[in-house]
Design a protein around this ligand. Structure first.
Ligand code: KIV
Length: 272
């Protein structure tokens, strides 16, 4: 008999059950194999291959230029490093807005060719029919409301969404429509805590907050932000759990000094 312990991967069923049982859901982004291994072995529930890779990995100002090929490439790497966590991949800008047919093909590619278990898309009830079609096709969908970075040129900047009464009511109706269409979870980004709490209470699917207060069913952060790696912009909701930027700078400085002085490689790191 095999002595190996069977590792089971989190499913949408598990994620929904966590809400019912009052267990908070932990989500971080990852874009590469090595980071995915660390997150997976640290018991993260969901790894999101976010299109934030456009900012933190590819150096763009926004997520708008990210392509399907970028998402497939990075999702494959993350999936290879993951055994326990559920892998959700972002559908990039214009991969799901042009037609439902193209959207289904693109979402299917992230599952078939890159081994994601679900996709995420941004927007409200205007995408409800698409969410329904994807769900019927067997593609679990994580929805995303509030600050939706792919629409940054329309939103006119990175700011809190749903502050006015009519905007809050619209977000609530969008959330209900997305749940009804079959979304298995909903990201709420930059939303007042009270509105996020109301939406969380109104839905049976879990909400995952980012800058949306403590009442959400789970939390997500961009891994490069929370590790203190990405310094170009730090939103108020980011808590830095490490300062890897400084650690790396110090390590590289020491390496350069030791190469220049001949202190590296020493005997321990050389062959006789
Ligand atoms: O792309 C991303 O990383 C995201 C999260 C910020 C939710 O959408």
């Amino acid at each position: 008999m095999s002595t190996q312990t069977k590792i089971t991967r989190k499913t949408t069923f598990d994620i929904r059950k966590m809400k019912q049982q009052g267990e908070k859901i932990s989500v971080l982004t990852a874009y590469d194999y090595g980071t995915a291994v660390i997150l997976d072995e640290s018991d993260i529930d969901i790894i999101l291959v976010g299109d934030s890779l456009g900012n933190v990995i590819l150096g763009y100002d926004t997520t708008v230029p990210v392509t399907m090929e970028d998402m497939l490439h990075h999702t494959r790497a993350v999936a290879r490093g993951t055994r326990r966590a559920m892998v959700v991949a972002d559908l990039p800008f214009m991969s799901y807005q042009v037609s439902h047919e193209a959207a289904l093909i693109n979402a299917g590619r992230l599952l078939k060719e890159a081994d994601a278990q679900a996709v995420k898309l941004e927007g409200g009830r205007e995408h409800a029919e698409l969410v329904r079609k994807m769900t019927v096709a067997g593609i679990p969908v994580m929805a995303h409301l509030g600050l939706t970075p792919q629409s940054i040129h329309q939103l006119g900047g990175f700011r809190v969404q749903g502050k006015k009464e009519d905007a809050a009511e619209k977000m609530m109706q969008d959330a209900l429509a997305l749940e009804e269409a079959g979304a298995f979870s909903l990201v709420l980004e930059c939303v007042p805590g009270k509105l996020a709490a109301d939406i969380t209470a109104a839905l049976s699917i879990p909400t995952i907050g980012i800058g949306a207060g403590v009442e959400c069913d789970g939390q997500v952060l961009v891994v490069n932000d929370m590790l203190g790696l990405y310094e170009r912009m730090t939103p108020k909701f980011v808590k830095k759990y490490a300062n890897l930027n400084l650690e790396i700078r110090n390590a590289v400085k020491r390496y350069v000094e030791e190469v220049k002085s001949g202190a590296f490689p020493d005997e321990e790191h050389s062959f006789k």
